[in-house]
Design a binder for this molecule. Sequence first.
Ligand SMILES: C[S@@+](CC[C@H](N)C(=O)[O-])C[C@H]1O[C@@H](n2cnc3c(N)ncnc32)[C@H](O)[C@@H]1O
Length: 477
Amino acid sequence: MFGKKKSRLGRTFRHRQFQHKQQKTVTIIKEEKWTNFREWLKREGFPKTNLTLAEFQDTGRGMMATRDIKAGEVIISVPKKFLITYRSLTNLLKGQLSRSPVKLSAHQFISLYLILEYKKGSQSSIYPYINMLPKDFDNMPLNYNKELFNLLPHNVKVDVKSQRAKFEHDFAAINNFLKSQGIHSKITRKDYLWGWLCVNTRCIYLETKNSDDVKDRIAIAPLLDFLNHTYEAKIKGEFNYMTQCYEITTFVPYKRGDQVFINYGPHDNFFILMEYGFVIPNNPYNYVSLDKEYLEISLPGETELARQEKLDLLLRHGFYGDYSLRISEISFRLLTALRLRVIQQFDVSTTGTQGIILKWKNTITGLTEIINSQNEKSMYFHLQLICESALLKAEQVLEALKASKATHLPLSHVKLLWKVSTHVQCYVSRLANSETISYRIRSKSVDTYLIVLLILRNFASGSSWINLNKLIFLHLF
Ligand SMILES: C[S@@+](CC[C@H](N)C(=O)[O-])C[C@H]1O[C@@H](n2cnc3c(N)ncnc32)[C@H](O)[C@@H]1O
């Protein structure tokens, strides 16, 4: 849908939309710490930029263009000496660290460095930069209180739990490291979390000729890390060996006074909230996860053994979990998993079931598109049921959120996540309609599956019933 919409509306239209969105209140930041930071950068030889720090109505603190910027221009160049990397820190601390058998990852090492510098206060050699970093990360789900955490969508809760486990692992690693260095650290979990989240939310991926380990190819690039994200930004970011700077080139022009953005990647709101602590309205990468609904669906006559055997099959074929709906697309994984799930009288020891499993495998390899029309019909019926269940859950949580006393911003983020979930409403109605139509057409002995597909595509592209008839007509002749 996104792709289609894009091509229909055209690049000029999208650009105008982007510019239109830029017409919001902006306040240029003139705090002393910002002036100090800029002076420090200048003293240390940081190249001049046409960007300044500002507070934007919709995105908070970010960078504003101080003059018109053309597409193709380099918007920021960060000299190598400013990049904080695993390698730069190893060089910096060469004399101070004894050879330790405990090797830290780049994320662990840079986070440790930032918190150690933070603790030095104005004695830190990078104090003007440290002073500009966020004081807290209350918007990160990792810092949500229990009540708000419990209201997150299931898949986000799962991801936040594994992020917490990663943090705990890293915290243990730096404590071991400090012990091995004979340093009696006063770094608390809270301290380290600050450094760790600074790196998580602000680092760039840096591929240089020297970076050996993939996970160590990250860097903190001061000043560049004040640029906010939009999926509409078109940029190139790379290390320029001629200038010895990490440079960002924009392929989108900006007017003086506009917010200048970079693009953190093609991320949905679940990911953006977990990794960066914000959400984007109308993010085209959004999806609804139906993993929980899939696992919880109850199928008449399905024994626990049959259910387990089906889940084992999904695991073995790499189709366990990650079942999603996008605004224009039902994931193939979900359709495949549902086709298996709705098989009745499932008993792997019988030749009948073995035969049907073979047909199911053929739908994965593309040898056939469906198992049989009965299975296909049942699959769409149950898809509709799980859509309805997801919708109900979203509506209930949105109701509960009305009564929540959580801080305004995190609360509005969680609300937006669930509002996206109510988009399954579209699928419920689309599927309900497609079911009716498929019955009408069956009398003309046309494959139900193809019709359903045509209908889904047709509805997805926003076409009307008249177009739908045209589609069917085309298909028949
Ligand atoms: C690399 S920093 C960007 C600079 C940051 N806004 C600051 O003031 O230091 C990334 C953080 O900026 C914020 N951010 C980035 N893009 C945003 C957006 N489009 N809307 C809201 N917040 C955004 C999030 O808090 C994110 O964790």
